[in-house]
Design a protein around this ligand. Structure first.
Ligand SMILES: Cc1cc2nc3c(=O)[nH]c(=O)nc-3n(C[C@H](O)[C@H](O)[C@H](O)COP(=O)(O)OP(=O)(O)OC[C@H]3O[C@@H](n4cnc5c(N)ncnc54)[C@H](O)[C@@H]3O)c2cc1C
Length: 394
């Protein structure tokens, strides 16, 4: 149970980071657990909850203190993601994308951009989004075609479509990757801050998916959309590298989210199995079932270790590209396998919507795609193996 796990989660963290995890556990108990099944059934993102999360200090904790955040490290942020994800993938991922969007402005933005956007974002009044994927460009982000062309006065005219935008339904501040010079390839990619109420921005309808509906995913299109020159966050030449660095960090968070979902399902399966009787004894008295769940526990332990290894490498200022890829690849597989095993141990009870299994199982499958598919992680890992030998991964 989460309440009994706070000591482990706080291991290696600073006092203010441990205090934040305590507030997160409380937020899970009060706000996420009671509502998560309803968000899924209603297929609606809980926009109103961003302000409450902000009040609890959960919306921008990774931002530097001078930008209004709590300055927590990657290890603490991974434990925060694990804590929240026990109750719901969709809202946890939405909050993570929001925090990352604010963090990009805090770390890369000019002071005037920080003043314009961060106060509202940190209060949870305006929600952030990361717009890279397009209908025709997923794994190969160099192929994005959303165009930004020069408009009078130094402004930018944006035309194109983005797909799979987390928070797209509710976002007020979108970090949009645009191509400024198709002939330059990845070197032409830049990042513009596009405000949600800009003329020419269209969004929706919300995706109807396997799960994760609290993440508010949809397409966002831009038609003849005028964006002020002042909204250039990352200049051409730097945009693609920045997107890849952001995705790398996000992979570590996806692994942490998987840990939270596996832990929640394992705890519940053990609790239920200890009390559920069959053939005159608790079902967990059967060694076959004990060993199945022991396998899940080992995978959970390994997932946590790989996540921590990646988080510590990022905290040490290393790129941690292979570390994050290993963690994400292993975690998503462990989550799919482990949640399915826990669900099996529940019998038919595990199928019901008031249990976490179906939502978390769907989310585990979604995690195998977002921030780079499992196959892309293998390319990244193969690259790290081949590079010392002067070879390229194919
Ligand atoms: C829940 C969710 C949230 C998301 N949120 C966001 C978001 O906020 N912002 C955003 O920009 N995007 C977001 N995405 C999109 C996500 O990043 C893409 O789904 C991902 O990059 C894969 O792209 P694709 O789905 O178009 O697959 P494709 O690129 O079309 O790939 C299809 C299949 O081919 C495989 N494949 C592709 N290339 C190779 C290769 N070279 N070798 C071997 N196999 C290959 C892939 O692994 C995959 O199995 C989200 C996705 C999901 C599911």
């Amino acid at each position: 149970m989460l309440e009994n796990d706070i000591d482990r989660l706080g291991d290696g963290l600073l006092d203010h980071e441990v205090a934040l995890l305590g507030r997160a556990a409380d937020f899970v108990r009060r706000e996420i657990r009671p509502q998560a099944a309803r968000w899924e059934a209603d297929r609606r993102p809980p926009k109103e909850l961003f302000s409450a999360a902000a009040d609890a200090g959960l919306a921008g904790a990774i931002l530097p203190v001078e930008a209004g955040g709590a300055g927590i490290g990657m290890l603490a942020a991974s434990r925060l993601a694990e804590t929240l994800a026990r109750a719901d993938f969709g809202f946890t991922f939405a909050l993570k994308v929001h925090a990352n969007a604010a963090n990009a402005i805090a770390r890369r933005g000019r002071p005037d951009q920080q003043d314009r956007f961060l106060p509202d974002m940190l209060a949870g009044h305006r929600i952030g989004a990361f717009c890279l994927t397009e209908p025709e460009a997923g794994s190969d982000a160099t192929a994005i075609a959303c165009r930004a062309s020069a408009a009078p006065g130094g402004d930018w005219r944006v035309d194109g479509a983005k797909a799979w935008v987390t928070n797209g339904i509710v976002a007020g501040v979108m970090g949009v990757y645009v191509q400024t010079d198709a002939a330059a390839g990845w070197r032409g990619i830049a990042n513009l801050i596009v405000e949600g109420d800009t003329a020419g921005v269209r969004r929706g309808p919300a995706y109807d998916m396997l799960g994760g509906h609290a993440a508010g995913l949809c397409d966002v299109t831009f038609q003849d959309c005028l964006v002020p020159a002042d909204n250039m966050l990352i200049v051409p030449g730097e945009g693609f590298k920045a997107a890849m660095a952001g995705i790398n960090m996000a992979r570590m968070f996806v692994a942490a989210i998987c840990s939270g979902m596996i832990a929640e399902c394992l705890d519940r399966a053990v609790e239920y199995g200890a009390g559920r009787m069959a053939f005159g004894q608790p079902i967990l008295a059967n060694q076959g079932l004990q060993w199945e769940l022991a396998e899940v526990a080992t995978d959970l332990e390994a997932t946590r270790r790989l996540t921590e290894h990646a988080a510590r490498a990022l905290d040490a200022g290393r790129p941690a590209i292979a570390e994050c890829a290993h963690a994400k690849k292993f975690a998503t597989r462990a989550a799919l396998r482990g949640i399915s095993t826990c669900m099996q141990a529940m019998g038919a009870r595990g199928l019901k919507a008031d249990e976490p299994f179906a939502r978390h199982f769907a989310a585990a499958k979604m995690c195998a795609f977002l921030d780079g598919t499992t196959e892309i992680q293998n390319i990244v890992i193969a690259r790290s193996l081949l590079r010392p030998h002067g070879l390229e991964a194919s």
